[in-house]
Design a protein around this ligand. Structure first.
Ligand SMILES: [Zn+2]
Length: 159
């Protein structure tokens, strides 16, 4: 007889609603497609053919965009000029901003963004991002992985 502590595994859901669940007991993976928001409300019990059962919590926070209105600057990496911008949304994976200087950008450009969150600490965010979307004076950029900031942004998105 073995008793298992009931831990809840957090499973990230991608933009297409697909999540991959891995059993810690045997390493089997199960792909779950069409994870909808109702499935993210409470943990779900998963029983693996190996006999292991565990609870998972689906999490799509990675793609949740928090609407914000934050002043900041951006510059193209390798270029000293700083351009003002207003950050309009922020997510775990990137940001959207507005600036008349978006005209200077093209898709795939590497930029450095600087802005302060409106949290208690007024956390300074300085991150490198890749321009993924351009429309008029609006740009969307994806953060280049930088774990040091993830905790701050993660906490900010929960507020
Ligand atoms: Zn298993």
């Amino acid at each position: 007889m073995k008793t298992r502590e009931v831990t809840i595994k957090r499973i990230f859901v991608d933009q297409k609603g697909i999540a991959i669940v891995v059993c810690d007991g045997c390493g089997r993976t199960k792909k779950i497609s069409k994870v909808d928001s109702k499935m993210m409300v409470k943990p779900i019990l998963v029983s693996c053919p190996c006999g292991n059962s565990f609870r998972v919590m689906f999490d799509a926070r990675r793609h949740y965009r928090k609407p914000v209105n934050l002043r900041g600057t951006f510059r193209i990496v390798g270029d000293e000029r700083l351009y003002p911008m207003i950050v309009e949304n922020i997510s775990f994976s990137g940001l959207g901003f507005r600036s008349p200087f978006v005209d200077n950008l093209k898709l795939g450009d590497k930029i450095e963004v600087h802005f302060r969150l409106d949290d208690i600490q007024n956390s300074l965010i300085e991150r490198v991002a890749i321009v993924r979307h351009l429309s008029g004076h609006f740009a969307g950029a994806e953060f280049v992985e930088d774990r040091a900031y993830d905790k701050i942004i993660n906490f900010y998105l929960r507020q």
